[in-house]
Design a protein around this ligand. Structure first.
Ligand code: FES
Length: 100
């Protein structure tokens, strides 16, 4: 593991707020995060029709249609174990994911 911080950007703009974005951000902030992970609110990620959206940097993982209860899965399965949640990946951005 590198010293580089990972950042979880949680959209806090209109469409995502209408679909639970506030609670999603709160769930990430309350989670037992690995030491190298920080959570930040962000403005619109340009994927409003797929709300609620989360972007993880620097690796560029995009999750969509997240509900607040999904935050724990992202933390436990992805951020701690390195296993992306394939059922929540943005289908256009990660369109080739299943090929690898
Ligand atoms: S409002 Fe969240 S991606 Fe646009």
């Amino acid at each position: 593991m590198t010293d580089e911080k990972r950042t979880v950007l949680v959209c806090q703009s209109s469409s995502c707020l209408e679909r639970g974005g506030t609670a999603l951000l709160a769930a990430f902030q309350a989670a037992d995060l690995p030491a190298d992970v920080e959570v930040q609110a962000t403005t619109c990620l340009g994927q409003c029709n797929m709300a609620s959206n989360v972007r993880i940097l620097p690796e560029e993982t995009w999750y969509c249609r997240l509900q607040p209860e999904d935050a724990e899965r992202v933390v436990e399965e992805h951020l701690k174990k390195g296993d992306r949640l394939t059922d929540k990946l943005h289908p256009r951005i990660h369109s080739s994911y299943r090929l690898y």
